[in-house]
Design a protein around this ligand. Structure first.
Ligand code: SF4
Ligand code: SF4
Length: 626
């Protein structure tokens, strides 16, 4: 059998398509974003009849896929881990109602966290919701688990979670070639059968369903005890210590043990919930110490009934937060094993390499908005206009980087900029504080979960300025379409697109202005007008839609009207522009004497001209005129 190299996200996508998934939905979020794109790619390659959509948020995505599973079709929904919070309401309910066709929920966790606001462990949410979990260790295993997850889901009529993590989503491993085009796997009777006892949320019936769910979990735990995803390596090496590991941590631990020069029996768990406790106890009984290695939290460790001999994140033997990187794993195992008298190899750290890297004195670079990003122009105007006393609630997206520009004071979760602005206004009002509150949110985030908070703010009489930073796409995760775009997930034309200004007006907002943040003068005038509306006797929430496409998505407007700039010799290197405007193409000379334009990065947007308050950044043509 020939093989190909697949990322974890592609392996999951291929597994879903080849196993006859008919409806796949998602909301983009790193590290999960490539799953739906992969599904569309394999649907075309394998000529499958499959519906795929980028939904407006994770709850919507979950429910669209769930309905398909209730008709008997195989369905799946993907999201990042914090997205599962948004979808947790239907998740909990779906565990009770169960499903008819196989239903796989794929929340991608982010130990680290590399690009998330929390390190939450979706396995623990699954434990609370009572939904079985498959926890793959490699891309190939994730693909293989899809078949078993669908089968389990259909056999027990229950949603099943497949939980990958960042390293798995983006890692590449060999996997069997995709099968040639095949039948589309249409089920025999894909139709919704009315059954109010199952599909309606009547409390009395739900009690019965809860009892049935508990029974299903007992049976699934017994089945998991014999799962091929739970096995022991280094079985023939005895001793006092055993290791239980899952997910990517299993392979990292194996590699660390090799480097340490020891072979310790290790139980690999691929089905962490419901945990096959008998298997764990039989394994643990052989040792005086059992080390549990999992991430990002303690799903397996928590479920072990007798933890007297267990060492892990709960007793501090393993750090209680953060990714189990090779360095962390090496240190944890080295310490734990030598602590019980096992001889280990010395640190494999290359002291010379570390010293050489240190000598390079590489400057720390923080993430920044792209050159020419219109969010920077909006933030700059906002900050210059309202100053440091104003409160700036921000939101989730690339514009969260407005924190560097001191134009984002808070970010909590999707849509919270509007609710926080509401809260700040109400709190300030109580104590007679009249400071300006200016919230920012992206177009995709506004559609995801900004609308109910805006309705709430209007209805409760809050007064603040809301800037919707509309860059025409979901830029941070790879330009997935929103309902305001005229194309769908597979690139085909959308039947209709939603107007953000109309939506805002429909929420009851009376002051709605659409303006281009590149037009700094007009933009600033509108900011002042909007703020005045929040203070007028008959005023209220004022919404400005800062309308300019992401420069990576569509830079035609700049190409049509380029404004090349130059920094004049008078520049004294005061750093105001690099710190207050922070375009990556503005570069301070090594001796700090002058700022130059890095023309490899500069896109000729001309937006920095006003960012030198001394007037030393000028249009190139003007400087050339004698
Ligand atoms: S260009 Fe202007 S703001 Fe920037 S460092 Fe030079 S003098 Fe300061
Ligand atoms: S013109 Fe100025 S703001 Fe625009 S990319 Fe170039 S340096 Fe950055």
């Amino acid at each position: 059998m020939s093989t190909q190299l697949l990322t974890g996200n592609d392996a999951i996508a291929l597994g879903l398509v080849e196993q006859g998934c008919r409806v796949a939905t998602a909301y983009p979020g790193t590290p999960s974003s490539e799953i739906l794109a992969g599904i569309i790619k394999y649907k075309k390659a394998l000529d499958k009849d499959l519906y795929a959509e980028w939904s407006v948020n994770e709850k919507v995505a979950f429910e669209v896929a769930l309905a398909a599973a209730w008709t008997g079709l195989r369905a799946a929904v993907a999201m990042k881990q914090v997205g599962l919070n948004v979808a947790s309401d239907p998740l909990f309910s779906a565990a009770y109602t169960g499903v008819k066709g196989g239903f796989i929920v794929i929340p991608a966790d982010d130990p680290g966290p590399h690009s998330s606001q929390t390190e939450q462990d979706s396995r623990l949410l699954a434990l609370t919701a009572k939904v079985p979990v498959f926890d793959p260790s490699t891309p190939a295993e994730a693909r293989e688990m899809i078949a078993d997850a669908f089968a389990l889901s259909e056999r027990f009529k229950i949603p099943v979670i497949l939980r990958p993590t960042t390293r798995l989503c983006h890692a590449v491993s060999p996997s069997a070639d995709a099968p040639a085009s095949s039948s589309d796997g249409k089920p025999v009777s894909p139709k919704f059968q009315k059954d109010p006892a199952h599909w309606t949320a009547t409390p009395k019936l739900r009690y019965k369903l809860h009892t049935e769910l508990n029974q299903k979990l007992i049976e699934i735990a017994a089945e998991f005890a014999n799962s091929k995803y739970n096995y022991i390596v280094n079985e023939d090496h005895g001793g006092e210590v055993g290791i239980i590991a899952s997910g990517v941590a299993f392979h990292t631990a194996r590699q660390a043990l090799l480097e340490l020069g020891v072979r310790v029996p290790m139980l690999k768990i691929g089905t962490p919930y419901p945990l096959p406790v008998n298997l764990i106890e039989a394994f643990s009984a052989r040792f005086t110490t059992v080390i549990v290695l999992e991430e990002p939290d303690t799903c397996i460790e928590l479920q072990i009934p007798n933890r007297q001999r267990v060492r892990g994140r709960l007793d501090g033997s393993v750090p209680n937060s953060g990714e189990l990187t090779p360095e962390v794993m090496f240190s944890v195992l080295s310490k734990s094993l030598s602590g019980v008298g096992i001889q280990v190899n010395p640190s494999p750290e290359d002291a010379d390499l570390s010293a050489a890297i240190k000598k390079l004195s590489l400057p720390a670079r923080r993430p920044r908005l792209c050159p020419g990003c219109s969010h920077r122009s909006a933030f700059y105007a906002m900050k210059q206009n309202f100053g440091p006393r104003a409160i700036y609630p921000g939101d989730i997206g690339c514009y969260t980087l407005g924190t560097n520009l001191r134009a984002v004071d808070t970010f909590v979760d999707m849509g919270a900029s509007i609710t926080m602005a509401n809260g700040f206004f109400q709190a300030n009002r109580l104590v007679g504080d009249d400071r300006a509150v200016i919230a920012t949110i992206g177009d995709s985030t506004f559609l995801h979960s900004g609308i109910p908070p805006l309705i709430n703010a209007v209805h409760t009489g809050a007064r603040f300025v809301l800037l919707i930073l509309d860059n025409h796409t979901t830029a941070m995760t790879g330009f997935q379409p929103t309902p305001a775009n005229d194309y769908l997930a597979d690139g085909s034309e959308a039947p209709r697109k939603v107007s953000i200004p109309d939506l805002v007006r429909a929420c009851g907002v009376e002051y709605v202005k659409v303006t281009d943040p590149y037009e700094q003068e007009d933009f600033t005038a509108i900011l002042n007008e909007a703020q005045a509306h929040t203070q007028a006797a008959d005023g209220g929430v004022a919404v400005i839609i800062a309308d300019r496409p992401c420069v990576l998505y569509d830079n035609d407007p700049i190409l049509e009207h380029p404004i090349p700039v130059v920094v004049t010799d008078e520049c004294d290197g005061c750093r105001f522009c690099t710190e207050a405007f922070e375009c990556p193409a503005l570069v301070l000379r090594a001796d700090g004497s002058h700022v130059d334009i890095d023309y490899k990065l500069c896109i000729d947007c001309g937006q920095c001209i006003d960012a030198c308050y001394k007037g030393f950044i000028v249009p190139k043509l003007a400087e050339m005129v004698p």
